[in-house]
Design a protein around this ligand. Sequence first.
Ligand SMILES: [Zn+2]
Length: 686
Amino acid sequence: MIFLVLKLNIQITDQISKRTINQFMQQQKNLFAHYKQPSIKEDSYVTGLNLANSMKGRELVPFIPINGRQVNFYYCGPTIYKKFHLGHARTYLGIDIIRRTLRDYFNYDLLSVMNITDIDDKIINGAKLANQDFLEYTKIWEKNFFSAMESLSIELPDVITRCSDYIPEIVTFIEKIISNGYAYNNNGSVYFDIQKYLADGHTYPKMRPEINVDQLQEGERESQVNKQSEKKSLNDFILWKASKPEEPKWHSPWGEGRPGWHIQCSVMASSILGNPIDLHAGGIDLVYPHHDNSQAQAEACFNCDQWINYFIHLGHLNFANRKMSRSLKDFITIDEILKKYTPRQIRLNFAIHKYDTVMDYSEEHFEQAISIDKTYHKFFQNTQIYLRDSQITGPQKWMQNDFQISNLLRNTKQVIHIELLNNFNFPTVIDAIDKLINQVNVQITNKTVRAPLVHSVVEYVKFILGLIGLNYQTQNNNSSDIKLIMTEVCSIRDQVKLATSKGEFEAIQNIVTQKQFQYEKNLSNGIVDCVNQFQQQVLVASQDKNKQLLFQLCDKLRDEQLFDLGIKIEDKQQVSIWKQYDPQELKLEREQQQKLIQQKEQIKKKEEEKKKQEELIQLEKSKIHPKDMFLTQIDKYSEFDENGIPVKDKNGNELSKKQNKVVKELWEIQNKIHNQYLLQLQKQQQ
Ligand SMILES: [Zn+2]
């Protein structure tokens, strides 16, 4: 659309282009004239939230639920027949973030419904190919879907509707459409009568009004020409499909068969949420025909003119510039991606792209997400240590820095509020959080901000990141035990290191025998075991006066033993500090770091090789005597002086002054590097 406007702009004068743009905008407006924006009533709950509503050509429109704070929300679930890939993750993580934001930030009372399409041609074919029972087959893939969602911490909807549970409702719904005159049965299959629907003044397709239904008919005619069509018009879509022998079937007034895909959503959404429905979401590839058809069916059944008030669509995930869909072979499954990145990194990768825009899959985006994740983690760890060490009983009078941070916090809240109202603009929200965190980090390092204020910032950041589904709390029930142990362990290790560097071996023996850790093993997640082992080994090494081994043991405790338990020790100048992580996450972080180091080393190696090659070429060049350098260029020159400098060109004409100057300069340069080469050679021979 924008592209078209720009193109017009270039081609015609400003005045005409202005008129054309206006006409174009007017045309757009007219195309969506069918849309009826819900009006504000006395009990309306108005937050100022604007949504890019596909019902109005993705124009931003104020979100007004029908019933006060209550929001009825339906989103299209999966068709279950294969492993789920990153494209699904984008859709369902996007919806997850929208749900959390509507509920936790805007305080709407959400009732969300997601369907499971467990009856579909793809499933029937898949089960046949796998030689499996249809029902068993759907069970396997449904389980796979929910476990993929769980591994990404995607919240369950309030209601799950399986198509196979709603056959009676689907049959009743279709009967109603038939009795309203908008569907017909032919040979046991039921079709939607688009021409009749349009003739009665309904609009179709509502979200893609630029599609000309008659043209579509022309286009489809060719593929249909050989079939004895059961349809009145080639665009009529199927509501109920007569089953072939050996296909799964359900009973209906039109014979044995199964429901079409579009009717499933019309029925299941309205069974739970009724008519009209506040909000409907799904992937952008579902706009047409799926969402337009399910809407037409519901409006044909209820004889109404608007079933869905707000339709929002989640953008594509492009893989190597192609749509990442199951029809392409080059997709990445959720299981595979989880081997490379943590759920938090995957969430962040999607949150840094606006939910309704096209997004490219790339390693660089993931690197950005990893870096943001690290910043957040560090922030929570640092503030935790700061708050752990800060005394509330100390001075509390606010200084300039406190006022500064407080103002920044308030400004950030304001910015984020505006961005969330703007169709959930999370990329900018993340930018604002980054700025806040950076400032607080500086003040914490300098110890120039009051602890209660830091606490307020931490709580706010936690709340906003919670909307994205990010949780940085270490999941440990015995953190107070670990706190006790780890503070002592760090102190012992610091003392051992210091004494080792001074060669005070007897002192080391005292340090490690003074304190024996006797906590319950299960209370400290194996920390006690590895600390006891460390003390034993240090004792032996200090008796042997083995300095090298003592340092090695200190490193091993930090890099292997405690690391594997999720404890990260950071050596500062005099004392070390410790941070606690999820052990799996810490392991993945180290793998990612190692990968990065490897990549850097590879680049360095390549550069060195390139440099070597260049030096070799340079060396070969320097071996040539200046007298010989032009002699081979007979395609350019025909005569040379006693030093080998060209005097005539290939046609026998004398060189111009300018050409003369150039060849002499080149000769001088070669003379210089050749002399350097000879000098070097001489040195080597001596
Ligand atoms: Zn659907």
